[in-house]
Design a protein around this ligand. Sequence first.
Ligand SMILES: [Zn+2]
Length: 113
Amino acid sequence: MHELPMVMELLSMMERKARENHLSKITEIDLRIGELSDLVDECIQLYFDTAAEGTCCEGAKLVFEKNPAILRCTKCGRQFPYARSFQCPDCGGSATLVRGTGTGFVVKQIKAL
Ligand SMILES: [Zn+2]
């Protein structure tokens, strides 16, 4: 469901990268998927296989890794990994998600020809 726009974004990122770096073909993409995102590995793969046809990413292998969510307490400033609660284990204050962790997706590295 949420995976199609994500895959289209990934493909346009990859095409830009291929153009800028004069790569003819991207063979592997290592992704880090936010643990709080609704993105499902299998669905990404499914959409990717279809959407990548005819692009520089056709047949590329996707490697999935989780991007853990890190929280920061708004009261005492402590940072801790998300464990099904947004409450600080130290002071009980409420915590917020550290930007760039746990959501969306990040391309960690690619392999190309
Ligand atoms: Zn705290």
